[in-house]
Design a protein around this ligand. Sequence first.
Ligand SMILES: [Zn+2]
Length: 96
Amino acid sequence: MSYDVVFQNARIVDGTGSPWYRGDVAVTDGRVAAVGWVHDNADTVIDLKANVIAPGFIDIHTHSDFTLPANRTAHSKVRQGVTLEIVGNCGTSAAP
Ligand SMILES: [Zn+2]
């Protein structure tokens, strides 16, 4: 097995509510392919030096439906790890 990227020596927070644990995360074609201790080859290996790796965060109250049309890349969210947003919680929305 060969992966595109392996993030080694991470503190893995898997989003299940379990405590973090040490290991590697392998990615192929933009998707997580393995979690644990990965010993297979990879095109790129990144040593996280015990930094945390986690799934994307869900921002459960945003108003990005008003700002995304003007700022389509949403770097301010993506760079914080936000990968999903819920809009319209206040009863208003840019959508009809
Ligand atoms: Zn609101």
